[in-house]
Design a protein around this ligand. Structure first.
Ligand code: PLP
Length: 552
């Protein structure tokens, strides 16, 4: 008679990958996964959802407890699959929702292998060649964006917010040396644009200098920081005796793909150092989590255009490249492979132009430099995290190899071409207007209007003229109704799922402007689905007109 616990251990052993080669068990492992994929496959349809739309039951979730008895792997797998039902399929051609990419198979495998063998990037001891992969991806990406890989360094971290955190932390140590050790005793600020990600606020809050010390510089109509105002505002900060912890340039804003003018920001920074005889150089961090991928076009020959992009697409890609090619001017960079690099969450790289900057945040000041101390790699000495997964770097490496420059160029080119197509239609129609005109990216913000509105002038009036307040608010509501109608159709498999942003910007008189948003990031996007967006907009307009006529 074996003890019950030994029986349980014996049966649970079957739920682990076998430590010693066992082909039969491998087949069981793979087949278990295959069955999960099969079950997920049966949840696919013409609609961009897995299964049916779901009602989220948090009350039931709050009552969940751990049961006494183990369940079988099969039961658990089935439950996990169910947990995914109702999710959007980001790669579906009828999905234009947000900056969430469908991951490639290569990157899924890149993410999966470390979950089996569990390398820990805290040290090379526990991660071996996965640590080398982190260095490899860092160097490949550094070379891609224009840093010198021999001088720069990179580390994978927990998302775009973390890259801003690392950038500002380095800047804070430069501006207020020793503050990490002894605490901050003076006022320090972050300067960023008003369209910068709220990560800047999070970081100022968590680093302890306070989110009230994030100074947001107004943007131009193209959603770029107005650098002349940056200069004035930075000068005011310095005159007041405060320190500049960092200037954050947003290279691809979340909702609008606005690209800040890094060259001017860099010039202004250097001018201020001279003018105020600063004993530190304010750190420039480029939040390029979205825009970095466009650096594949830095050395694309737009004249010859060997990939044969359409004229309008070439214009858009070259327009983005004009700004993105300045990335090497930043002292550090944030890069999300899980956004425009088609990797699963989380695959985020923080790059620093000068690896020795990391000494400022290393745990033992006495044995610098840490990066390759004794020829060894010790990221755990300067990373905020202790345990770090190998999934991020391997997924990124997988896609960089899978795509090559031409592959990524083609994917981005296709996506931008589809977005251009949508914009062209929206601009050409009397009832719609594009809010981020002159934009070069995959995202389109637009507003739809009822009959009888002159859409050529309306946006400008709504933005600037307080007498339009009532109209603006009514049109905000109108666009919300359009969104709900389009959404309801789309989940049934007619039309396309788009999204709604409650405030793509504030009007000059302080009201939020609602906009509909199409974010195209699926390699399966095609013209006919762009047409489907428009058709569902017209349908929704007709329904609203009918409803309103009925209540009048
Ligand atoms: C998405 C985003 C972030 C946050 O990145 P996560 O990877 O989602 O944590 C920061 N900045 C910008 C501009 C973003 O678009």
């Amino acid at each position: 008679m074996t003890s019950p616990y030994l029986e349980l251990v014996a049966s649970l052993r079957q739920a682990f990958p076998q430590p010693v080669s066992d082909r039969v068990h491998d087949a069981y492992f793979v087949f278990s996964f295959l069955r999960a994929l099969d079950q997920l496959d049966s949840m696919k349809s013409a609609s961009p959802l897995l299964g049916q739309p779901v009602t989220l039951d948090y009350d039931a979730a709050k009552l969940a407890t751990v049961e006494k008895d183990p369940q079988s792997l099969e039961q658990v797998t089935q439950m996990l699959v169910q947990q995914l039902s109702g999710l959007f399929i980001w790669g579906h051609p009828r999905a234009q929702i947000n900056v969430v990419p469908p991951p490639t198979i290569a990157s899924v495998i890149g993410g999966l292998l470390p979950s089996i063998y569990n390398p820990n990037l805290v040290s090379e001891e526990s991660s071996k060649q996965v640590a080398v992969a982190e260095v490899e991806v860092s160097s490949m990406t550094a070379a891609l964006i224009g840093y010198d890989p021999a001088k720069s360094a990179g580390l994978f971290t927990f998302g775009g917010t973390a890259t801003v955190l690392y950038g500002v932390k380095l800047g804070l140590e430069k501006a207020c040396p020793g503050s990490g050790r002894s605490g901050l005793r003076e006022r320090a600020v972050i300067l960023c644009s008003e369209r910068a990600h709220y990560a800047c606020l999070t970081v100022a809050n968590w680093l302890g200098f306070g989110q009230d010390n994030v100074i947001q510089v107004p943007c131009s109509a193209d959603n770029e920081m107005q650098t002349c105002l940056l200069e004035t505002m930075a000068r005011d900060v310095l005159k007041s005796g405060a320190k500049i912890a960092a200037i954050v340039a947003t290279m691809g804003t979340t909702d609008h793909f606005g690209l800040d003018d890094l060259a001017s920001i860099h010039e202004i920074r250097d001018r201020l150092v001279d003018e105020f005889k600063l004993d530190y150089t304010p750190h420039i961090h480029a939040d390029a989590v979205i825009g970095w991928a466009w650096s594949v076009f830095n050395d694309y020959d737009f004249q010859k255009n060997p990939l044969d992009f359409r004229h309008r697409t070439v214009r858009a890609l070259a327009g983005a490249k004009r700004r993105i090619q300045k990335l090497p001017l930043a002292d550090s960079l944030g890069i999300d492979f899980h956004k425009t690099g088609f990797c699963p969450y989380v695959s985020t790289l923080f790059l620093v132009k000068d690896a020795t900057d990391l000494e400022m945040i290393s745990r033992q000041q006495s044995d610098t430099p840490y990066l390759f101390h004794d020829g060894h790699y010790h990221p755990g000495r300067y990373t905020l995290e202790t345990s770090r997964s190998g999934s991020g770097p391997l997924a990124a490496l997988a896609n960089l190899r899978l795509f090559g420059k031409d592959g990524l160029r083609s994917l981005l080119g296709h996506i931008v071409a589809m977005a251009e197509e949508l914009r062209e239609h929206l601009e050409g129609h009397a009832a719609t207007t594009v809010c981020n005109r002159g934009n070069f990216g995959p995202v389109t913000l637009f507003r739809v209007y009822p009959d009888g509105i002159d859409t050529f002038g309306i946006l400008d009036h709504e933005l600037k003229d307080a007498r339009y307040r009532e109209k603006l608010l009514a049109h905000n509501e109108y666009n919300r109704r359009i969104f709900h109608l389009v959404q309801a159709e789309a989940v049934k498999g007619n039309g396309v799922v788009i999204s709604l942003t409650d405030c793509y910007r504030e009007t000059d008189y302080g009201e939020p402007m609602v906009a509909l948003k199409s974010y195209i990031l699926s390699p399966f996007a095609e013209e006919k689905y762009v047409d489907a967006v428009l058709e569902s907009l017209w349908k929704a307009r007709a329904i609203i007109a009918q409803e309103d006529a009925a209540t009048r």
